[in-house]
Design a protein. Structure first.
Length: 95
């Protein structure tokens, strides 16, 4: 999961770009992967909540330095710095 593709800077580089959570094909694939990787319903619900906060910049993910880091940091660095706020997603990002 690459934070760059959710950054305002990357999205503004082309008028055709949309964040991954607004692309139905990508969303269908992500949801299928979540269901396969998290067969326990409570964990699936938690990873969906984490993803929702990550994708929409809610809570911690909405802090300015966190949002700016999506574009200026490598994905590995971004997750190392901020992954504790979405541990299930961070674990997936390490794969």
């Amino acid at each position: 999961m690459n934070p760059t593709y959710y950054s305002e800077e990357w999205l503004l580089q082309s008028p055709d770009r949309v964040p991954p959570h607004r692309d139905s094909e990508i969303s269908d694939g992500r949801n299928a992967a979540f269901e396969r990787l998290f067969p326990c319903e409570s964990e699936l619900n938690e990873v969906r909540s984490e993803y929702g906060r990550f994708a929409t910049c809610e809570g911690y993910s909405g802090q300015l330095h966190v949002k700016q880091g999506r574009y200026i940091s490598s994905p590995q660095t971004w997750w190392a710095n901020h992954g504790s706020h979405a541990p299930r997603l961070a674990k997936l990002a390490d794969r």
